[in-house]
Design a protein around this ligand. Structure first.
Ligand code: 16G
Length: 254
């Protein structure tokens, strides 16, 4: 395995930076789950301090490219999931990847809407809202922590439905005849609380992707406001961008 690594570093650039680049290229060609050479072996090969290797691997772990298993070493991580560019449910998305979707319900209740939730649902402050908190899993592994808010008057009894391993969108369609048609969604990077990180089984230092979604039915009525915390080490966002040719700037003096 070591034979495919470049033999030495150049003197011109910081060693840690070069090592990181080398390892990034190296693991791109390895299968997920492959064990990397030990930090000691890498340090010897490149004549650098062990701490330099540790730091380079920390950076790669932070990017979600490798993960450490205490006492066994560092392994190549699974490729990241891409958030779909179409309006899908978590269940549909996992099934399309050939994985088994699951949900663990942490909370479900009717509560008065806070100002933020009311604004997103476009209802009056303190309107009764069904609040559902779920851990979403793929093949049993936690992927996201999701807090969904739906107007209680539109979905009476929803707070009593058991959503364990069930698709919310399927339930809304089957029980209330409500179909999702369009959504506004925005993403931002966030830090998790210690508790959220523990639920997702990630390091508290690991940033997460917060997706907020406001979903509409075919008539344009708002069905849900959702705050989904997706694991930053397992998810990425992909956009395909098409260039629209810009009109040339007007000639000087015209
Ligand atoms: C996805 C949606 C979430 C939606 C849920 C429904 C994102 C970022 N979020 O997780 O807004 O409520 O799917 O999934 O994609 P379900 O029908 O499987 O419960």
């Amino acid at each position: 395995m070591l034979a495919s690594l470049p033999p030495n570093l150049s003197y011109q650039r910081p060693k840690g930076e070069q090592l990181q680049e080398i390892l990034e290229g190296f693991i791109a060609n390895l299968d997920p789950g492959t064990r990397l050479p030990s930090e000691r072996v890498l340090a010897e090969r490149y004549g650098v301090a062990r701490a330099t290797v540790t730091q380079a691997i920390d950076e790669l772990a932070g990017k979600g490219l490798v993960y450490r298993v205490h006492g066994s070493g560092t392994f190549v991580a699974e490729p990241k999931f891409r958030q779909p560019q179409t309006l899908t449910s978590f269940t549909e998305d996992m099934l399309a990847r050939g994985m088994t979707p699951g949900s663990i319900v942490l909370a479900r209740e009717v509560a008065p809407a806070s100002a933020v939730i009311a604004r997103h649902l476009q209802v009056a402050h303190e309107t009764a809202v069904v609040q559902i908190e779920r851990v979403r899993t793929a093949n049993g592994e936690p992927m996201a922590l999701e807090r969904s808010y739906l107007p209680a008057s539109r979905f009476p009894g929803l707070e009593e439905a058991d959503l364990t391993d069930v698709s919310l969108y399927t339930l809304l369609a089957e029980r209330w005849g409500v179909r999702v048609a369009a959504a506004d969604q925005w993403a931002s990077a966030v830090r998790l609380t210690e508790e959220e990180a523990e639920i997702l089984g990630v390091d508290a230092e690991q940033p997460a992707l917060l997706f907020q979604r406001v979903t509409h039915d075919p008539s344009g009525n708002i069905i849900e406001y959702v705050r989904s915390f997706y694991r930053g080490d397992r998810y990425e966002v992909h956009h395909r961008l098409e260039r629209i040719e810009q009109a040339p700037p007007p000639a000087a003096g015209s």
